[in-house]
Design a binder for this molecule. Sequence first.
Ligand SMILES: [Zn+2]
Length: 305
Amino acid sequence: MTLWFNAGSKKAVISEVHRLGAERSFTRQTRFSCLVKAPCCSACLSAVLHRLRASQATVCLSAAPTEPITTSSSEKFMNHPAPANSRYKPTCYEHAANCYTHAFLIVPAIVGSALLHRLSDDRWEKITAWIYGMGLCALFIVSTVFHIVSWKKSHLRTMEHCFHMCDRMMIYVFIAASYAPWLNLRELGPLASHMRWFIWLMAAGGTVYVFLYHEKYKIVELFFYLAMGFSPALVVTSMSNTEGLEEVAWGGLIYCLGVVFFKSDGVIPFAHAIWHVFVATAAAVHYYAIWKYLYRSPADIIRHL
Ligand SMILES: [Zn+2]
């Protein structure tokens, strides 16, 4: 299918379509028209039409008047990298992978959180299981909702922007929640124990930063994620009981390797979905360590029944 856009300003149409990221290539036809070839899917197509109708441009559908449309498999599985200070637009296949890679983990996260709560011996363990479980479940739920909105409702730009901010804020909250069981349930020195509340202060700082400077300084944002991920580790290693810290370090390493893919949109096909897989794997390693070293084993509960 070929779309002809006849609008008052060619520049306006091109910037609209660029903004929506539905274009594959442009061919200049007349002074006020441009040809958009092969929108990647019907959702992208309807998003383009919606925006153009809203801007009162004239939109005509016609058969392709020039060369046949070809879409290579690399175009299907990856778009061009985003320009500075704007977001990468995934292809439909990438959108689907982004949604499914975290959607499938929502139920396991809820079950895992409930299990930790069940294995708690005292109130403090219960509260910690709640904090960690909420962080774990919220990460996958918010991420899935954001990616669905970004895929299916990209024309609702304000809503998509809000969910994108929530998705980014959740990373800070999740880092704090992942450390909470180790900081709350292990003996810490007098200075190190301050990290119990300081990590939440950092999460709050990160959340405010996203609110104020979302998508503005991506390198600074990445630096904050890594700083928040590493600084509590310094305290954790000063614990007298170091059981399970090896697993925590392995999980941290997996997150760090995943950052390579987090920053490779438009360079590696399905980069963001691969990042999701790294997040899921690292979260699973951390969950295993928390379950094994900080909570009672399920076998103990059965024995005491
Ligand atoms: Zn994501």
